[in-house]
Design a binder for this molecule. Structure first.
Ligand code: DGT
Ligand code: CA
Ligand code: CA
Length: 362
């Protein structure tokens, strides 16, 4: 049975998050910097928005070089705020997770899901389904992403990468070769500069040439495993399942209606989040020992507070009252207002009647 896999990658992720926090900078080149702290300008560019990319300012570039390239522009340089990106990533992953019962997070801004059942194995429904997911992410978190849909993980990832930002690319089974063959081999996932150079020695530069090369030659040159991988993937073959790994925590974060330090107001949100999390733990048969809150302040600094129990818990009341107790203590030590509040449970036991979410594949 053919599968239908959707791959999603958020566009210029760190920089786009910064835009949502401060819309005024949207029309300027934005450079998110990983400062090393040695000197004022030392460090590398983590990412940039698409305006900055027009000036060739991209991930990995030295910050000094980026400043030179953008010296005549009204550009914005921002230091990375990892906790913020992590918390927004978590919210988005929870949205994506709802679109399939088989979900795999691949990085902070990337995931794939198996949507075969959800769209009745019919590619006619694929674009609509993918766009609903994109719409929900846009509506709830104001972020755009690019998605690829195809029969396997490899092609879906490449499809998502092929049309950015805000792309939706569906590659039908019959169109895989048309999509792959004209591309250079280094576009194939897993082919770095070394493999690329070695293939060039055999006059293999396009994916078509790789697909049509002798499988035995590739195995001789690259070993059984990688040789087979190269030949299969050049032919668009990838049988890897979406690995639905067990979650080790369940959390939810929301933006408060207004920045506030009013206990009752924040408590209302905590109640909603707790209910949501509790339902998840029921669905998945989870008991937990730890309850945590995440407070994202008006200036975007982030704090976590946790409480752990001796024995496993599983009640809505425990989640809500523990979170409120943590919040009360936190507010008594803090004078700033909160912008977002999060609740999570962790430290799970795996209990009886596990759903397939908790079945290890290997
Ligand atoms: P895209 O997907 O091309 O629209 O742009 P990004 O920025 O989303 O790029 P992606 O998906 O490769 O990486 C996701 C995030 O990971 C990115 O926003 C920042 C971080 N990141 C990527 N490359 C680097 C790097 O070389 N250094 C550091 N510190 N962070 C990186
Ligand atoms: Ca991305
Ligand atoms: Ca990515």
């Amino acid at each position: 049975m053919q599968r239908i896999i959707l791959h999603l990658d958020l566009d210029y992720f760190y920089a786009q998050v910064e835009e949502t926090q401060n819309p005024d900078i949207k029309d300027k080149p934005i450079v998110v910097c990983q400062y090393s702290g040695r000197t004022d300008d030392s460090g590398a560019v983590a990412t940039t928005n698409y305006i900055a990319r027009k000036f060739n300012v991209k991930s990995g570039l030295a910050i000094k070089t980026a400043k030179k390239l953008l010296q005549n522009t009204d550009s914005v340089f921002i230091s990375t705020n990892h906790e913020l990106y992590e918390s927004i990533s978590e919210t988005i992953m929870n949205i994506i997770r709802k679109y399939s019962d088989k979900f795999e997070q691949l990085s902070i801004d990337e995931a794939c899901i198996d949507i075969s059942n959800k769209i009745n194995n019919d590619y006619q429904n694929a674009t609509k389904y993918g766009n609903e997911l994109k719409e929900e992410i846009k509506t709830l978190e104001n972020l755009t992403c690019s998605i690829g849909i195809s029969p396997n993980k490899l092609i879906s990832k490449m499809a998502a990468d092929s049309n950015k930002p805000n792309g939706t690319t569906v590659i039908l089974p019959d169109n895989i070769k048309d999509f792959l063959f004209p591309q250079k081999v280094n576009k194939l996932y897993g082919i770095g500069p070394k493999t690329n150079a070695k293939l060039a020695e055999f006059n293999i530069t396009t994916i078509q040439e790789l697909a049509n090369s002798e499988r035995t030659l590739l195995i001789d040159e690259f070993g059984q495993k990688f040789g087979v991988y190269l030949h299969d993937s050049a032919n668009g073959i990838d049988n890897e399942e979406v690995k639905d790994k067990p979650a080790d925590q369940i959390g939810r974060i929301v933006t408060l209606k207004e920045d506030t330090r009013d206990f009752d107001l924040i408590s209302q949100s905590i109640n909603n989040l707790s209910k949501d999390i509790f339902n998840q733990t029921l669905e998945k048969n989870i008991t937990f020992k730890t309850v945590s809150i995440t407070a994202i302040m008006e200036d975007l600094t982030i704090y976590q507070r946790s409480k752990s129990f001796e024995i496993f818990q599983n009640s809505n009341d425990i989640i809500a009252t523990t979170s409120q107790e943590l919040l009360r203590n936190f507010l008594s030590q803090e004078s700033r207002k909160l912008r977002r509040i999060g609740v999570r449970v962790s430290n799970f036991s795996q209990t009886k009647g596990q759903t397939n979410l908790f079945d290890f594949n290997s």
